[in-house]
Design a protein around this ligand. Structure first.
Ligand code: GLV
Length: 328
């Protein structure tokens, strides 16, 4: 009897997707809420035919170069894949999959939740009431900024950036976007205007980031960029922490160069427990949960499983980030 291929999954994922995988492969699931240690990842990649990874698993050059020649696929259960050394995977002809599309609306919803929460000081109000403080209704109590009718700057106009722009229509916002490419048809359809990064930063009341992290976007938002934002403006980041220079952000928030920030991602995740930025009252921070809806996580798991199944069967992945591997 032929041996079933083997797949290592670095966390418990949706059981329906896992059942589908278990029908054709021997599946081992890392049964912890924390990512597997590096030695385990190395050991597994020397023996398995496929792996499902999460963005918390660092699949770097050394790990990929020491992987077995029988490793046929790395399937990332996320749309972003900056934790994987794609160049090395491509050199080793290992296809890498991701899960685009299915988390677009969920992530855009969460971006909106952060934007509304920081503008209208929702966590502050909630904290006070939970602490037994219900200040009498007063003209100046917990006043925030209007979202309706304000201006929004979207950095990165891919699927998620566009989904955020669609939400802004209902809020009658003036929307500018910056991207490496222009989208003339969408400019009309979504009533958005292309702008340079500096115009967008200096003119928007809310700035939201929706680009990949790569060497050219690392610290795209640094001291200078924060310095040209309006002192009343807010920064929202549901993309990747490394896009923003966190020391510069700390200073901009502490010295009120900008009004506030709402971020779901940070340069070092998890953020160290006593990081000084956590003491600031004009920051909302959540633990990288923008795509965390039950439905979306199940859809992401199914796509990751479909990618890994294609890979172990030697077929082209339905969602492959390095299709060059298929060129001979
Ligand atoms: C989440 O951050 C993702 O990249 O899917």
């Amino acid at each position: 009897m032929l041996l079933k291929p083997s797949v290592f999954v670095t966390r418990q994922i949706d059981p329906v997707a896992l059942d589908k995988l278990a029908k054709i492969a021997n599946v081992e699931v890392w049964n912890s809420d924390s990512p597997p240690p590096r030695e385990i990842l190395m050991e597994k990649l020397r023996t398995v035919n496929g792996i499902i990874t999460l963005l918390t698993d660092s699949i770097d050059e050394e790990i990929i170069s020491s992987a077995s020649h029988d490793l046929r696929v790395i399937s990332q259960m996320a749309v972003g894949y900056d934790n994987i050394n794609i160049q090395m995977a491509t050199r080793r002809k290992i296809p890498v999959g991701n899960t685009p599309g299915v988390l677009t609306e969920t992530t855009a919803d969460f971006t909106w939740a952060l934007l509304m929460a920081i503008a209208r000081r929702v966590p502050e109000g909630d904290r006070e009431v939970h602490q037994g403080i219900w200040r009498p209704w007063g003209p100046n109590v917990l006043t925030g900024q209007d979202v309706f009718g304000s201006s929004l700057g979207i950095v990165g106009f891919g699927r998620i950036g566009q989904a955020v722009a669609r939400r802004a229509i209902g809020f009658k916002m003036k929307v500018r976007y910056f991207d490496v490419q222009r989208y003339p048809e969408l400019e009309t359809e979504l009533n958005v205007q292309y702008a340079s990064l500096s115009t967008l930063l200096s003119q928007s009341d809310f700035i939201t980031l929706h680009i990949n992290l790569n060497p050219s976007s690392h610290h795209l938002i640094g001291r200078e960029e924060l310095g040209i934002m309006k002192p009343t403006a807010y920064l929202i980041n549901t993309a990747r922490g490394g896009i923003v220079d966190s020391e510069a952000l700390y200073d901009a928030l502490k010295f009120r160069q900008i009004a506030g920030a709402a971020i779901d991602v940070f340069e070092t995740e998890p953020i160290p427990a006593h990081h000084p930025i956590l003491e600031l009252d004009n920051l909302i921070i959540t633990p990288h949960i923008a795509s965390a809806s039950k439905q979306t996580r199940a859809r992401m798991a199914m796509i990751a499983v479909n990618n890994v199944i294609a890979g172990i069967n030697g077929e082209q992945l339905p969602h492959c980030v390095n299709p060059e591997v298929y060129q001979s």
